[in-house]
Design a protein around this ligand. Structure first.
Ligand SMILES: *Cc1c(COP(=O)(O)O)cnc(C)c1O
Length: 386
């Protein structure tokens, strides 16, 4: 049996896959089983920060694999300590806990917020307020946090203690938070899966101020927006706020699974011995790769991200068959006159891989995609949309 036949027979059918088997790649180019070349604007959903099989990252991971691949968190290992330092320096957070995915990172910040509130105000202050149209993961708790009913059906009961508020309605979210005795408010600065929609800056700033005033944990999900994708190290820096807790994952590992619970000043010491743990969390090989990725995300790279972003907006806004362009940095949603699925399919045929987010075409290119490849891909998108 070939790969597609094996998949049909042995893999649970949770994914609607494109009819492509990707076998290899280099940077922003990938190749299918027939050898056809594609410009990849999806990066494994914002994971391959510097594209596929990036030389420096491969060297960092393989050097570590030759020394020590895993040991458990019962011992100190250097790569995770170095990575925690880099994350704190770039984010303004104070302490890091490592897990393996975005959902787990969100579970971690939720646990931190609940424990802080239980100790400070009492155990009835447990509710986590999230936003409608959000996405926070697929575990039963992060599904409860996800403010989209279509993900909930047939999996009830979900973890209790979650409420969702309308985005950009500051008075509404404040009222709900007090009424429900909120431990924390959790937002994505740019709703990724929800259609690449940035929140209003005043709303984000208003939540920060309200959380400070009420001693409620202000939490930002940077699983997709983080690690340079937004054009800043973390998207909240664009909005001029500093959360009490941040989750990140996707692009942090450059292609290997990692999630980070990042705790700010207020929550930094709330999780103590025995409160949380992970077998694989802080894995030395994954962390050595992530150290390489994060150390290359600097002011110069971020400026490049913002320039590439401006180029995409400039080229697509107002183009024939394109109704609007949204997002931040290299996280872009395109509302097309043709159905998004059709556009993605036609782009694929012409050698460009994009994905969708709700009814939009979504672009998440590598942060270092060469300008000429980006231009070639954008020209294909324009041609397909027209
Ligand atoms: C992808 C994503 C998650 C879930 O991450 P996993 O690694 O798939 O668990 C959570 N939040 C946001 C904003 C995401 O984009």
């Amino acid at each position: 049996m070939n790969t597609k036949e094996l998949d049909a027979k042995y893999i649970a059918h949770t994914y609607g896959r494109f009819p492509l088997e990707i076998v290899s790649g280099k940077g922003s180019l990938v190749y299918d089983e027939t050898g056809k070349e594609y410009i990849d604007l999806g990066t494994g959903i914002a994971v391959n920060t510097f594209g596929v099989s990036d030389d420096e990252w491969v060297a960092a991971v393989t050097a570590q694999l030759g020394k020590l691949q895993h040991m458990s968190n019962l011992y100190y290992t250097e790569p995770c300590a170095r990575l925690a330092q880099l994350l704190c320096e770039k984010s303004g957070m104070k302490k890091i806990f490592f897990g393996n995915s975005g959902a787990e990172a969100n579970e971690g910040i939720i646990k931190a917020a609940r424990k802080y509130a239980a100790e400070k105000k009492g155990p009835e202050w447990y509710t986590i307020i999230t936003l409608k149209n959000s996405f926070h993961g697929r575990t039963l708790t992060t599904l409860a946090a996800t403010g989209q009913d279509k993900f909930h059906q047939l999996f009830n009961p979900l973890t209790p203690g979650f409420e969702s508020a309308a985005a950009n309605d500051l008075e509404g979210i404040k009222k709900l938070a007090l009424e429900k005795k909120a431990a924390g408010i959790l937002i994505e600065c740019v709703q990724g899966e929800g259609g690449v929609i940035a929140l209003d800056a005043d709303f984000v700033k208003g939540i920060e101020a309200f959380c400070r005033e009420q001693d409620i944990a202000f939490m930002v999900d940077e699983v997709q927006t983080g690690n340079g994708r937004s054009g800043q190290y973390y998207a909240y820096q664009t909005f001029g706020v500093l959360p009490d807790a941040v989750s990140t994952a996707k692009g942090l590992g450059g292609g290997l699974p990692i999630g980070a619970v990042m705790l700010g000043e207020k929550l930094q010491d709330v999780l103590g011995p025995g409160d949380h743990g992970s077998t694989f969390g802080g894995n030395p090989a994954v962390c050595a790769g992530a150290v390489n990725i994060l150390s290359r995300i600097d002011e110069k790279l971020l400026e490049g991200v913002r320039k590439k972003s401006a180029y995409i907006f400039g080229a697509l806004e107002g183009a024939k068959g394109i109704e609007s362009v949204s997002g931040l940095g290299l996280m872009i949603g395109i509302k097309t006159a043709k159905p998004a699925g059709e556009v993605v399919k036609a782009c694929m045929e012409k050698g460009v891989l994009c994905i969708t987010a709700k009814d939009k075409v979504r672009l998440l290119p590598a942060l270092n995609i060469p300008d000429e490849l980006l231009k070639k891909a954008v020209d294909v998108i324009k041609e397909v949309c027209a």
